[in-house]
Design a protein around this ligand. Structure first.
Ligand SMILES: [Zn+2]
Length: 514
């Protein structure tokens, strides 16, 4: 996941929402009563399930990393469709979407003076490369974007800018990664090194996408480890430092890829859809286990279990493995575009893209404006004329969510909020019965912007940003028991939403459907 949401900070929520701030449901009511027996059945099946983890193990160990444009992504798409078909899902297809094809190539960085030392680095996704001989230039250490704005251009011209804003959550960290390169280039920098967006220093670089801002020069940019960023900061205080950076990164022709879609048709209202999923693409390092293999396979297995248990919800439950979340968002847009007016028939969208650590409850965005997608939010913040204001906005996104002020809800919103509390109360047996007023993900961003109610599982979020976008995002990070609890949560949530009388409300300020 790379997402940040302006008003629905699904990703940030993972790291920043302290579970104790969320409201524990404990809500009784007709929905909780009606679905107690079915929910218990789903939870029992999930908690003894082993097939879900085996499916995830196949994806991570035998297909592995799957960046947009790669052959392994195409292999994953075909495997995903086959897996859905074998499970008895209906209307299985790969919905076409063209995705960018960025290639990392060989890359290296090193300190060239005052001594020679290799740096631990990963080029940023979508970065341009360096000339074949590389770039050797003096560095200037700049803590953050606000400091960059206050530094005269002549001090930056011809230099490699090294950012280390510290760790104040993924919002600020990823803002420097996505828009720092363009902002530094606009002031004359020849390349950018940015501290990895993580709080854990284990000499492991974290990649992630950058966004070249319109009208600004494109310079090569890479993430370096926390340790190396701190070393460069110390050396820069002592005197001149030279760094050598060589990257073969480049773009190739777009690839025809797509979203893997399959469903269990509704027994009474098949045209009405509860959609759940995550993204099948990953970065070109690690195995994409937490980000987001665990997300898509927990959604798949949840629906697989509903089907195996013989439960027949009134509405259709659709599973989607969206494509190209990491560096473009083509899958989410293609899904929205293919729906047209039918987006009105989507009664709920659930995205799991915050890792599959122990779930604590359900996030549901019940009020607020139509959310921008994560990358759009970062672009807005990044393009802001005032970097300090952009940083403040991102910091606010990372701040712990306050409890929802229910007195501000309309009667319709209040009813929907109470419904989610009742559903959450069914998850008490797995300790996931809290509700939080923010849920979503960037793949569902386009349909949520059209008014579809936006939800996501909420986890303890202890280690997600330690692993994601690194060589260390491998299957061993996924705890089987915690994974089962995610399956249970997704099964209960999607089943009740697909079967209950009445519907949730989405964003009241969402854009009208065209
Ligand atoms: Zn992700």
């Amino acid at each position: 996941m790379k997402t940040l949401r302006l008003l629905v900070p699904a990703v940030l929520a993972v790291s920043s929402v302290v579970p104790s701030l969320a409201q524990t449901a404990g809500q009784t009511g007709p929905i909780a009563e009606k679905y107690k027996a079915d929910a218990d059945k789903i939870i029992a099946a999930a908690m003894k399930d082993t097939e879900g983890y085996e499916t995830l193990a196949y994806l991570t160990d035998h297909i592995g990393k799957r960046l947009s444009g790669s052959d392994s992504l195409l292999k994953a798409l075909n495997w995903g469709a086959e897996t859905m078909k074998k499970a008895g899902f209906q209307n299985v297809s790969i919905q076409e979407a063209m995705v960018p094809h960025w290639v990392r190539g060989q890359e290296e960085a090193s300190i060239a003076a005052p001594f020679s030392k290799p740096l631990h680095m990963l080029g940023l996704g979508m970065s341009v490369g360096t000339p074949a001989e590389g770039i050797t230039a003096p560095i200037i250490f700049i803590p953050d974007l606000a400091a960059l704005a206050n530094t005269p251009d002549d001090q930056i011209k011809g230099k490699i800018v090294v950012f280390n804003p510290g760790w104040h959550g993924y919002g600020i960290g990823s803002l420097h990664r996505t828009t720092g390169p363009s902002r530094a280039a606009a002031k004359g920098a020849v390349a950018v090194l940015v501290r990895s967006a993580t709080g854990l220093a284990m000499q492991t670089p974290h990649t992630g996408t950058l966004t070249y801002l319109p009208g600004m020069p494109k310079v090569p940019a890479a993430a370096i480890t926390v340790e190396d960023a701190l070393l460069l900061e110390r050396l820069a205080k002592e005197g001149p430092v030279q760094v050598h950076l060589k990257m073969e990164a480049h773009m190739e022709a777009d690839q025809k890829a797509g979203n893997v879609v399959g469903e269990i048709p509704g027994s009474e209202h098949p045209e009405q859809v509860v959609v759940l999923g995550g993204h099948i693409d990953s970065w070109d390092v690690g195995q994409g286990a937490m980000d987001d293999g665990g997300g898509i396979i927990s959604c798949f297995e949840a629906v697989n279990l509903i089907h195996k248990l013989g439960l027949k919800p009134k509405r259709t439950i659709r599973v989607v493995f969206w494509v190209n979340e990491e560096n473009g968002g083509a899958g989410g847009r293609a899904y929205r575009d293919a729906l047209g007016d039918k987006v009105r028939n989507h009664v709920a969208a659930i995205e799991s893209d915050g890792g599959v650590e122990r779930p604590v409850g359900i996030g549901y965005t019940v009020m607020g404006g139509g959310p921008a997608s994560g990358s759009a939010a970062r672009r807005q913040a990044g393009a802001s004329a005032n970097p300090a204001a952009a940083m403040a906005a991102m910091a606010a996104m990372g701040a712990p969510q306050r409890d929802l002020d229910e007195s501000k809800l309309t009667p319709e919103e209040k009813k929907s909020w109470d419904t989610i509390k009742q559903i959450a109360s069914l998850l008490q047996p797995i300790g996931a019965d809290s509700v939080s007023p923010a849920g979503g993900g960037s793949d569902i961003g386009p349909i949520v912007a059209a008014g579809v109610p936006s939800l996501s599982p909420r986890t303890v979020g202890e280690h997600y940003f330690d692993w994601h976008h690194t060589e260390a995002d491998t299957l061993d990070k996924v705890d089987p028991e915690e994974f089962r609890k995610n399956i249970a949560l997704l099964g209960v949530l999607s089943y009740v939403l697909a079967d209950m009388d009445g519907q949730l409300v989405g964003h009241t300020s969402a854009a009208p459907v065209e």
